[in-house]
Design a protein around this ligand. Structure first.
Ligand SMILES: [Zn+2]
Ligand SMILES: [Zn+2]
Length: 217
């Protein structure tokens, strides 16, 4: 079993203060085996670090958070040069055509919700049911979709600062060492989200000693 934070913004996103070097330095201490870099509308992370297993064993994979009028999507695949301003339907069709995977990000977040037709019409069947920046109430609203649809669920911190890195993780029931592994695992439902850790528990456990390994929640 491997634990990833699937939703992390670096300073390449203007809204984020989380430095790439700090991700590389702290992710393993937070109990993570891997981190997916999902900056807003760009995969420029590729010009800064190498994708894949780093020297210390940490797996870094590149994706993107793509904003549409009908919701935000974490996309993984060959999307370095994807067109801008696609509608959700166009985006999700391209993701499928190019063999990628898309996750409906924080689907019930106030003001940034994913529209239900996307799920109902089968354009996307992977949902970020635990998002570290959502309130618990917002995360719990995914229940209404669970009752109606067959969903694959993931979790991510949506970190924009070092404090948040690893706060929510996704467990994988197979080894994930490459972007292709990640896409395979997501598309085949070989993953599940861990709960959003309350800040006090997270911080007590995240004390950054190199020896520390986060307990499995
Ligand atoms: Zn942001
Ligand atoms: Zn985000």
């Amino acid at each position: 079993m491997m634990l990833f934070d699937l939703h992390v913004h670096t300073t390449i996103s203007i809204c984020s203060q989380l430095k790439i070097d700090d991700i590389l330095k702290h992710a393993k201490h937070r109990g993570l085996d891997g981190v997916c870099i999902t900056d807003h509308q760009t995969m420029n992370i590729r010009h800064h670090i190498r994708e894949g297993i780093q020297n210390d064993g940490l797996c870094i994979l590149f994706g993107m958070e793509y904003t549409t009028d009908d919701g935000d999507f974490l996309i993984f695949g060959p999307f370095e040069d994807i067109a801008e301003d696609l509608s959700a339907t166009e985006l999700l069709r391209q993701v499928k055509q190019l063999g990628g995977a898309a996750i409906a990000a924080h689907p019930f977040r106030k003001n940034r919700a994913v529209q239900e037709y996307v799920i109902r019409e089968g354009l996307c069947d992977i949902v970020e049911s635990v998002n570290g920046r959502n309130t618990d109430a917002e995360n719990h609203r995914v229940d209404s979709w669970r009752q109606k649809y067959f969903l694959t669920e993931s979790g991510g911190s949506d970190a924009h600062s070092l404090n948040e890195l690893g706060k929510v993780r996704t467990g994988f029931a197979m080894p994930v060492r490459s972007r292709a592994d990640l896409i395979f695992a997501l598309k085949n439902g070989l993953c599940y989200p861990q709960q959003n850790m309350p800040d006090n528990i997270f911080w007590k456990n995240a004390a950054c000693s190199p020896e520390y390994h986060a307990p499995l929640f």
